[in-house]
Write a protein that binds this ligand. Structure first.
Ligand code: FAD
Ligand code: NAP
Length: 443
């Protein structure tokens, strides 16, 4: 006879970034308001809370209003708002004097950490979820076994009724860079601050290539120019020019939570068209103020006759290899068909992120998943014999719109998932207590 362990948790969250942090708040609200407690645990591979730590650059600021924090749009009276964080930190008035909706990313990370600290009892830090396996009872799958690995290599297993995966993106390394990706002189922006490059250069003037034309590329370029004033920087990108992010007010309405309803109800083709036509709100675009700053910097370098930053638009990297004198890149200028070759002391890949619609750790339950597309309430569509609910946050741009990878809809999405989870947990808890009552009567 096989052993069926009882679920220890009603829900396990994979990852504890902003998405699952917003969920922790929504579950906590629900426990207070409806006295229905979901036994929950979040598993996070980092040793403590950090929001894109490799890019917490001194000069970078948020690309979204602080009012779109973890909870305000759903409940501005919550104790977990950014405004309450400022109040508790004694900076509310001083922040007001800054006259901005866009705090620094360092401060927003501190806000997120402050919230995360209040949920630390329900987070297992330093554990990576490697696999989520089915737990069978007869023909049905009734629960999930979550297998994790700790930094010291030890494994752990936990059983849960339901699961919410919010694992974010993984660095996109274009195939042309695969051969040099492990070279210590090559770094993706996600690891920029932890790299030797960001540590400085002992007074040398390194040659650095930054690849890409998005926000990360622009921020790293500016940071490098300030951090290593002598650095010779080549910013290499495929587009014709660095382009501004469209954050104008009418366009910004596509990030409103109710736009998700509209988007989700469209056909696949219509959704694709919408994402394509609004791509310039988010991808391969740069905050307009930052563009001005970069332009002024290059102009001043020309005035001083000391050009340190060179832009290479319309340029495609066609080969990369490591050599003792540097990482050698070959790139084509698209118009002139000129092939350029240069050796660099360091290469920064600002080439963005990839998100898989179904995170890899769910592979062991893939045969129960009927579609890669999520239901409106972010639940994976699974076969009838599969009883656990599996929700995915942040990977559903094609079905739920461009806001899905961002902070814009976090509070509402967390509430929608909570509502769906809690109604099923309430039914399960009712069924369990009727079963207990029946056992008491008949024992
Ligand atoms: C540099 C940068 C700046 C950004 N700035 C903004 C902004 O200003 N405004 C905005 O709206 N969006 C911004 N974004 C977009 C970003 O996606 C969201 O802000 C936000 O981080 C999404 O939260 P998340 O929890 O879904 O994903 P993430 O923040 O990526 O969090 C996922 C978490 O899951 C953990 N994890 C992954 N796999 C596992 C596993 N197998 N086991 C355990 N843990 C795991 C990771 O360690 C991570 O902590 C930015 C993105 C970047 C890269
Ligand atoms: N301060 C902040 O709030 C902040 C800071 C950084 C990032 N972010 C956010 O993080 C997200 C990602 O931004 P990002 O700048 O990292 O990525 P991104 O916007 O996806 O830009 C990636 C860049 O890499 C280029 N690229 C991709 N594959 C390439 C290849 N094979 N060869 C050459 N170039 C290639 C793309 O060029 P093509 O267009 O030619 O494909 C694009 O210019 C966005 O949501 C952004 O707003 C926010």
């Amino acid at each position: 006879m096989s052993y069926h362990p009882a679920p220890e948790y009603d829900v396990v969250g994979v990852g504890f970034g902003p998405s699952n942090l917003a969920l922790a708040i929504a579950l906590d609200d629900c426990a207070r308001q409806q006295s229905l407690k979901c036994r929950s645990l979040f598993v996070e591979r980092q040793q403590d809370f950090k929001w894109h730590g490799g890019m917490l650059l001194p000069g970078s600021s948020m690309q979204i209003s602080f009012l779109k924090d973890l909870v305000s749009l759903r409940d501005p009276t919550s104790p977990f708002t950014f405004v309450n964080y400022l109040h508790k930190s004694g900076r509310l008035l001083d922040f007001t004097n800054c006259k901005t909706f866009y705090p620094s990313r360092i401060e927003f990370n501190d806000y997120l950490r402050w919230v995360a600290g209040q949920f630390s009892a329900m987070v297992a830090y330093g554990e990576t979820v490697e696999a989520v396996e089915p737990v069978h009872a007869g023909q049905s799958v009734t629960a999930l076994r979550v297998l994790t690995r700790m930094a010291d290599g030890k494994e752990r297993s936990r059983v849960t009724r339901h699961l919410v995966a919010a694992v974010g993106g993984v660095p996109h390394i274009p195939s042309v860079f695969r051969a040099v990706a492990m070279d210590p002189r090559v770094v993706h922006t996600s690891g920029y601050l932890g790299s030797t490059l960001a540590a400085g250069s002992d007074g040398r003037s390194p040659r650095v290539a930054v690849i890409g034309g998005g926000q990360s590329a622009a921020e790293v370029t500016l940071d490098l120019s300030e951090r290593i004033p002598g650095a010779q920087i080549d910013l290499v990108f495929r587009g014709h020019a660095l382009k501004p992010a469209d954050s104008s007010p009418f366009v910004n309405e596509i990030f409103n939570p109710d736009y998700t309803d509209y988007f989700h109800s469209r056909s696949d083709g219509q959704r694709e068209t919408i994402v394509r036509s609004f791509r310039n709100t988010n991808y391969a675009v740069v905050d307009p103020d930052l563009l001005d700053q970069l332009y002024r910097m290059t102009y001043q370098q020309r005035v001083a006759g000391a050009r340190k930053l060179a832009l290479h638009p319309r340029s495609e990297i066609v080969a990369a290899h490591a050599s003792p004198e540097g990482v050698v890149l070959e790139f084509n200028n698209k118009d002139e068909e000129v092939r350029r070759r240069a050796a660099y002391d360091a290469v920064v890949l600002a080439t963005g992120y990839e998100r898989s619609p179904i995170p890899g750790c769910l592979d062991p339950i893939s045969r129960y998943i009927e579609s890669a597309s999520l239901d409106r309430d972010y639940r994976l569509q699974t076969s009838p014999a599969f009883r656990p609910h599996v929700y995915v946050q942040g990977c559903a741009e094609t079905s739920h719109g461009l806001s899905d990878t961002l902070l814009s809809v976090l509070p509402m999405r967390a509430q929608e998932i909570t509502k769906s989870l809690v109604s099923t947990t309430a039914r399960e808890q009712d069924a369990a207590s009727s079963h207990d009552r029946a056992e008491r009567v008949y024992s």
